[in-house]
Design a protein around this ligand. Sequence first.
Ligand code: DOR
Ligand code: ZN
Length: 348
Amino acid sequence: MNERLTIPRPDDWHVHLRDEALLAAVLGDTARHFARAIVMPNLRPPVADTAAARAYRERILAALPEGLAFTPLMTAYLTDNTDPDDLVGGYRDGVLTAAKLYPAGATTNSDAGVTDISHIDAVLAAMADAGMPLLVHGEVVDGAIDIFDREAVFIEQVLAPLRARHPALRVVLEHITTAQAVDYVRSADPALLGATITPHHLAINRNAIFQGGIRPHMYCLPVAKREHHRQALVAAACSGDAHFFLGTDSAPHTVDNKESACGCAGIYNSPTALATYLAVFEQAGALDRFEAFASRNGPRFYGLPVNAATVTLERTEPTAADGVRHSAEGDICVFAPPLALHWQVVAA
Ligand code: DOR
Ligand code: ZN
């Protein structure tokens, strides 16, 4: 009998579902594996207010393949002009689960983001009052700062002062990539600060981006760091510590947009995410902590119930990552980690 693991259905606390043809191509991969997902708002134009989030949620539900139970949890994209009343109203009405801070220019579709944190101080104060979580893309955009240092510098120069100004604000530092982020998050009250960790940042270090040539499908932001940072992320995820939870940052781009002189940042991992996480946890001897990371820590932070439905995962012969997803806009390359993928969902 193969080894099996039955846990409450996991959620994905950070995903990019896009819109239209890409949404139709990728939504099933998320909904098959995850009961709920925090949906990122960096569309063009961004999902910047409650009405836009409500409309986007409708488009996601309309695109959902038949027979899949899935709840999208919506976010609003903060801009220099965000209206705190609309934002908090959307949160109180249950349309918005959180708001996302993209420093302008930090990543894909972030040009409408916040140009200076001081511009959103009133918004942050209103969010803290309401208990609405702030989700953070934690990288400075200063071209003088080395790209591999941008997360650590952001924590020091932006996040720590921001949290000192708004001590009651609940924050998720998204897709952490460094030992500094692990240490910073771990030192805070887990009710106030959490972090998502992606499958790719657990599975690769920065060498993977340059393995025998440039590998655009291993490029995302924040960019993968040195091996010791990857090891710190693995230790954090596999500890079961309540601060850390599953967030794939699955970010589909067409192959044309990735394999280009200026390729987009983003790794599409929804089909292989769970198997990748499980390979990492298995290698660390921590399969018994996977349930905390994948199914319990996220809901606890967001104040939501753990999913009542369960999923059974089974260790099988290694499976090949299934290469590409087709969409009307073009093919999307699926993340293939440098790990044997043994785990599969056998029953939901
Ligand atoms: O690699 C990334 N891709 N990082 C982000 O922050 C955004 C994302 C995307 O939307 O493609
Ligand atoms: Zn993201």
